[in-house]
Design a protein around this ligand. Sequence first.
Ligand SMILES: O=C(O)CCC(=O)C(=O)O
Ligand SMILES: [Fe+2]
Length: 393
Amino acid sequence: RLQGGGPAPRRVAFIPDPCAFSYADFVTGFLLPNLPCVFSSAFTEAWGSRRRWATAAGKPDFEYLVREYGDVVVPVANCGVQEYNSNPKEHMPLRDYVTYWQEYIRRGGSSPRGCLYLKDWHLCRCGPDLEDVFTLPVYFSSDWLNEFWDVLGVDDYRFVYAGPKGTWSPFHADIFRSYSWSVNICGRKKWLLFPPGQEEALRDSHGSLPYDVTAPALLQSGRPLEVTQEAGEMLFVPSGWHHQVHNLDDTISINHNWVNGCNLANMWHFLQQELQAVQREVGQWKDSMPDWHHHCQVIMRACSGINFEEFYHFLKVIAERRLLVLGQGEPGHGAGLGLGLQQAVFDIGRLAEVLASVVAHPDFQQVDTSTFSPPPRDLLRQLRDALEAAEAL
Ligand SMILES: O=C(O)CCC(=O)C(=O)O
Ligand SMILES: [Fe+2]
């Protein structure tokens, strides 16, 4: 069960005014109840990318993009080809993708190469000064996934999407049941949003979810929430909501995935389901294979990108940074955590709840934790002690 599942709203809320909408408004109104919302373009008015990546007419500024990023190799998906419920990806310099795109426009929206969509480009890794591109809105600043990866220095979940009118992303829920936010730098997107659980009605006889929910055979099963996201607007996609996305114009967007104390339990629930799916697949070897539990974790890591050991490591890194903040009694000091003491206490509360469930999980008890430092139960004790101390203040 996902946290924040309640009755689904009939329409997506619209937030017009940055001055009249606080971080606390977002947490209580949308993050905790796990509901989508659209922020007006006033929220992104000052972003450099909105001035530099698009022309005055609201079209992608191809010349600028090629000048600035032409040599960067970007991932490109073919929207027309389905491979295991996603698209096959190739890599090419941005310059070549822009050439393709301009040609696609000249031909009136077609190409012998098919419908190509630049997806999941990690802009951060090619080193531009991100301050010139966008400013992280405070609403999305408690972002443990990117905080964790920034500490490790190996990955991130900050993406650019760009493609001609007609490109689209197939039906999916986001990685680890993370939240996502998306800002259209130029162009518009149509989003089809399904509250958690509503995707169950869409499964076929094998239990698989559809690739394209707009296929005629599926139209009768439960209408999704539909939103048109205009240029400059920012959409919040809640945790575990399935969605499908269509670019209505030539569109460039910036999208981040993130996890924090509000959806951490959803992530943990998702990881348990992923392990169960692996265990079902290889169940017939359980009795004959001495390291069966270990192998399940190895397979899980290959399929899901993370296993129970790494999830513990994630919790540990985030927890220790919060403990540091409390220990020093100085909000954000050293750890660069902008949201202060109260946020650290909230985070530790949520970390303690999930960690308690992790250490009690029979499959986590099969993991060799002898080299983990601190041992999981010690970390849990530290978190509980810190909470007690904070409550006593
Ligand atoms: O814009 C798209 O094509 C997909 C974006 C998406 O799925 C997301 O931000 O979660
Ligand atoms: Fe998504």
